[in-house]
Write a protein that binds this ligand. Structure first.
Ligand SMILES: [Zn+2]
Length: 269
């Protein structure tokens, strides 16, 4: 599940493969960029902002441009050595290929692939709240943005990238379990919002630099989460069957005993 940590890792892979390199060939397989040719452009750097990827480029005219992409549920970038077989994903999922003398970067099933002047990046990422893995991470601002909508359920608020950028469904479910808070609790009823925000940041930061996401500390298959993906399996703390239900536009997983409803908070049942 690509969340902030996965996107951060991906940005680092692209940076190591391409930063400073001259592009020797590009192949865009999306209609909006079908005629774009980045040959002789230079890769300045690769960065992430929440769940958005920003590949910053210098055109031969020395103008600064940004190739933006979003992984959503299923996108990926892979870097290969020249001549190496592209083993990442089926070829029909390829959306872009960037060749350089030292590496080939292939983007699979990317979303929102756009090329914009770097000065206009804010049109794509300016709405985002503080980036949990950004060098400018601002927990107080994240708490302020969350608290601005006290009636919203905390389950939906943590996923709203305008509040804080980087949390996806996995970390949302896990953070709520670890804090003992029902996903249906209104933000205004969450006992320790700063503590929850701090935990979300620690979980994402702990998973930087590896591709297996774990909230339990275990990297063993089937043991990496407390509640996410574990419907009907026993809670690791109390043995109660983990539940799965729709909340807003996404499903949520939780333990009804470890994450009790509080008086005044509404439930979908
Ligand atoms: Zn439990």
């Amino acid at each position: 599940m690509p969340e902030g940590d996965t996107v951060w890792n991906t940005a680092r892979v692209l940076h190591r493969a391409l930063a400073g390199a001259r592009i020797t060939g590009s192949d865009f397989r999306v209609p909006q960029l079908a005629t774009t040719d980045l040959t002789d452009w230079t890769v300045r750097e690769s960065a992430s902002r929440g769940k958005h990827l920003l590949l910053r480029l210098d055109a031969p005219t020395e103008e600064h441009w940004t190739l933006h992409s979003h992984l959503r549920m299923d996108g990926a970038w892979r870097a290969y050595a020249p001549g190496e077989r592209w083993s990442g994903r089926p070829a029909h999922l390829i959306r872009v290929v960037l060749r350089s003398p030292g590496a080939v970067a292939v983007g699979y099933h990317l979303h929102d692939l756009t090329l914009v002047p770097t000065a206009e990046e804010d049109q794509l990422v300016g709405h985002l709240g503080p980036d949990l893995l950004g060098s400018d991470w601002d927990p107080a601002e994240a708490v302020r943005r969350l608290a601005d909508h006290p009636e919203q359920t905390i389950g939906e608020a943590l996923l709203d990238q305008r509040n804080l950028a980087g949390v996806g469904n996995l970390y949302k479910c896990e953070v709520l379990f670890l804090r003992g808070v029902s996903p249906w609790t209104p933000v205004g009823g969450v006992p320790d919002l700063p503590g929850m925000v701090a935990l979300a940041q620690r979980l994402l930061a702990a998973n930087r630099g590896r591709w297996t996401q774990s909230s339990t500390g275990s990297l063993h298959r089937g043991q990496t989460s407390y509640v996410y993906g574990r419907r009907a399996q026993p809670c690791r703390r109390c043995g109660t069957a983990i539940r799965k239900e729709e909340l807003g536009e996404r499903v949520t997983y939780w333990c009804p005993v470890c994450q009790p409803e509080r008086p005044g908070s509404s439930s979908s049942g």
